[in-house]
Design a protein around this ligand. Structure first.
Ligand SMILES: Nc1ncnc2c1ncn2[C@@H]1O[C@H](COP(=O)(O)OP(=O)(O)OP(=O)(O)O)[C@@H](O)[C@H]1O
Ligand SMILES: CC(C)(CO)[C@@H](O)C(=O)[O-]
Ligand code: BAL
Length: 278
């Protein structure tokens, strides 16, 4: 496995190898089995797999979150090597941004709901860095996790609106045995917080059950608020019941369309997101 920090070295290597197809997994490192599932899918579907590791400062609206984001490059490389990854691209911030971009990307209605609303500027940062990474790696397929459901919608628009010649592959959320979605930020949970964390998953199962029983989204949200009131260690940021395709809020289930329950909550100073689609 090759590890590059330079854009030019990465591009030269990829050009000189003429792979039939390049699969690309963009990450911010502190890798776990969720990331490795994306890497393995890419390996199965492409001749060469590139994983990028870059904690992108321009997508963090909270400086403390950026400072505390876990960075574990050596361990990450070991996991990628074992998984069979071919190339790691781990640039510095200076390499990616010799000057800060003045370009702004506005993802329309996606800016005003959920992650867009609570993390102002986040999707502008994600959109620009992913476009830069696509231009550097020139993948045939790019792999993203369903856990970041709104990011999937944003990248879909980025690919369509800028005519990137690649296919996006969305992979299921990998969970711990107790239901907690794997996330790099889980490493920052205290032992007590880690015990509480699966309640996020439970709150989504509760929502699904209540919706299937015929309750309106309004009633379900109120019951879920009671659930979180009984768990004061959580500070719930949002709990949305939305159409899976448009991510717009819905009032009740539509049996012809998939529904997504989407949650963001703070637990012991760590912000966690998750979603459940049915
Ligand atoms: N549990 C998971 N299952 C599947 N894919 C995942 C999972 N967690 C993250 N991913 C995907 O891995 C890619 C890189 O994500 P990222 O590096 O931000 O990891 P993360 O664990 O989501 O970290 P955090 O949520 O703490 O930022 C994204 O496409 C993300 O959706
Ligand atoms: C796609 C991404 C690597 C861009 O920095 C990041 O948002 C992530 O890890 O999901
Ligand atoms: N997985 C999304 C990256 C972020 O939280 O900034």
């Amino acid at each position: 496995m090759k590890v590059f920090t330079s854009i030019v070295d990465t591009q030269n290597y990829l050009k000189s190898h003429y792979p039939k197809s390049i699969g690309f997994v963009p990450t911010m490192g502190a890798l776990h089995e969720g990331h490795i599932a994306l890497v393995k899918k890419s390996i199965a579907e492409n001749e060469l797999t590139v994983c990028s590791i870059f904690v992108n400062p321009t997508q963090f609206n909270n400086p403390d979150d950026l400072k505390k984001y876990p960075r574990t490059l050596d361990e990450d490389c070991k996991m990628l090597q074992e998984a069979g990854c071919d190339v790691v691209f781990a640039p510095s911030a200076e390499e990616m941004y010799p000057s800060l971009p003045i370009l702004k990307i506005d993802f329309g209605h996606l800016e005003h709901i959920m992650e867009g609303k609570f993390r102002p500027g986040h999707f502008n940062g994600v959109g620009i860095v992913v476009a830069k990474l696509f231009n550097i790696v020139k993948p045939d397929k790019a792999y993203f996790g369903q856990k970041d459901i709104q990011q999937v919608a944003v990248i879909n628009r980025l690919i369509t609106d800028l005519s990137f010649d690649l296919k996006m592959v969305v992979c299921d959320t990998i969970r711990e045995k107790d239901g907690l979605a794997m996330s790099s930020r889980n490493r920052r949970l205290s032992p007590e917080a880690r015990v509480s964390a699966p309640k996020i998953f439970q709150s989504m199962l509760l929502g699904k059950k209540l919706l299937l029983e015929g309750n309106s989204a309004f009633v379900v949200k109120n019951k879920v608020l009671d659930f979180y009131r009984a768990s004061p260690e959580f500070e719930l940021e949002y709990y949305e019941i939305a159409d899976f395709e448009t991510l717009e809020s819905i009032d009740e289930l539509n049996e012809n369309r998939k529904t997504a329950i989407i949650v963001a909550a703070h637990l012991g100073g760590v912000r966690l997101i998750d979603n459940y689609v049915f």
